[in-house]
Design a protein around this ligand. Structure first.
Ligand SMILES: Nc1ncnc2c1ncn2[C@@H]1O[C@H](COP(=O)(O)OP(=O)(O)O)[C@@H](O)[C@H]1O
Ligand SMILES: [Mg+2]
Length: 372
């Protein structure tokens, strides 16, 4: 039986980790999507390295070229997902695409955020209406432009009788607090680094892209002094709304804190310390936001890091910590599903920025529309 009210949306996410292009095909009957299919397309190595190297000083010509190359990579990933699932592009209502953030500086005189991956190319090559550039309208309205996921987390995971927390552990970690009573304010903010520093350290020390299951970190001993120096980073003490990215938490930040110590620690000890930094700052953010949430749901690639999950559980013995899989959406697909949802909200003309989260002056319809 087919439901005529059903609409298919595609959601596309590429986060700070720059590990892959995550694509979901989401079926909406009401406001809660079910996932028809998903695919994670690893980012081409050369493209990834060039994107990683972008700074405020990168020549404009190089940025412009990367915008086009990323636009094509995103279109490729969408087309491959449609092909894999046997879904024809004509049946897809719209694509919601985040794009690759290469710059996000909101605490300066002219706050700015830049996502690469030209949506014109995606609309042209797929023939599907594409909604993109979700962050800048919120920024224009005085907000942080981030995080955007909390509004989707509320639509999907909120419960009338339970205080819930969603933590997305991607390159960065962000937290959403969903109080049981809708009258209470939705809270969401970037906590700090998720996997980005662990990824960076193992890449530099061992040439590996990630510390699978946290196995290397598990062999190390936490360097308490290094941890204390890193925890003194002022960002951690800032009250929300706040957002962050690679512009702050990067390998230079780690190396600077290592250099400030008396001795150079072992590689595995640094990895254990970086893992502890992520676990400890997330746990602190949880307890400061809600004394006893009924459920703490984890999504993002960090959910697969077993050592990190063990450390988080050790810091939060009072909490029931579960991957979002148990609530109907796999940990790896929540963020991409959120962009399918955001495209739907945009086309319906509904504001999708949670102003209590981003700090914007008013609710705004997010995203530019590129017709298919
Ligand atoms: N099996 C695993 N063990 C440890 N870490 C993992 C594992 N799988 C994924 N990750 C981590 O998750 C990251 C990707 O998470 P993701 O949610 O895609 O982040 P982003 O949104 O920043 O792209 C990887 O870079 C890696 O650090
Ligand atoms: Mg990713």
């Amino acid at each position: 039986m087919t439901n005529t009210d059903e609409q298919l949306f595609v959601g596309v996410m590429t986060g700070t980790s720059m590990d892959a292009i995550d694509v979901v095909i989401a079926r909406f009957a009401g406001s809660r999507p079910t996932l028809a299919d998903c695919r994670s397309q690893p980012l081409d190595r050369e493209l990834r390295e060039e994107l990683l190297s972008v700074t405020g000083d990168t020549p404009l010509a190089q940025v412009a070229e990367l915008d086009v190359r990323m636009g094509n990579a995103l279109a490729d990933a969408v087309l491959a997902t449609l092909k894999q699932s046997g879904v024809s592009p004509e049946t897809v209502h719209a694509i919601g695409c985040h794009g690759q953030t290469v710059y996000h500086m909101t605490a300066q005189r002219w706050p700015a955020t830049v996502q690469l991956g030209d949506p014109n190319i995606i609309a042209e090559r797929t023939g599907i209406t594409t909604v993109a550039d979700f962050r800048r309208r919120d920024l224009a309205a005085g907000g942080e432009g981030a995080p955007l996921a909390p509004a989707f987390h509320r639509a999907f995971f909120a419960h009338p009788l339970e205080d819930r927390i969603v933590i997305n552990i991607g390159g960065m970690a962000n937290l959403t607090y969903l109080p049981a009573h809708r009258g209470q304010q939705l809270t969401g903010f970037d906590v700090g680094p998720g996997n980005v520093l662990m990824d960076g350290w193992i890449a530099q020390q061992r040439g590996e892209t990630l510390d699978k299951d946290g196995a290397w970190a598990a062999t190390g001993t936490v360097d308490k002094e290094l941890l204390a120096r890193m925890r003194a980073e002022p960002f951690f003490a800032l009250p929300p709304p706040k957002s962050t990215g690679r512009d702050l938490f990067n390998m230079n930040w780690v190396l600077r804190h290592i250099a400030d110590g008396r001795a150079i620690p072992e590689g595995a000890d640094v990895q254990a310390t970086l893992c502890e930094l992520t676990a400890g700052t997330i746990a602190e953010a949880v307890t400061q936001t809600c004394a006893q949430p009924q459920q703490v749901m984890i999504c993002g690639g960090g959910a697969h890091n077993k050592h990190l999950m063990r450390r988080l559980a050790a810091h939060l013995p009072q909490c029931d910590i579960v991957p979002t899989d148990t609530l109907g959406i796999g940990a790896d697909w929540v963020e991409a599903a959120g962009f399918a949802w955001l495209a739907r909200e945009a086309l319906a003309g509904r504001p999708a920025n949670a102003v209590s989260v981003t700090g914007a002056r008013h609710p705004a319809v997010l995203g530019g529309v590129y017709h298919g």
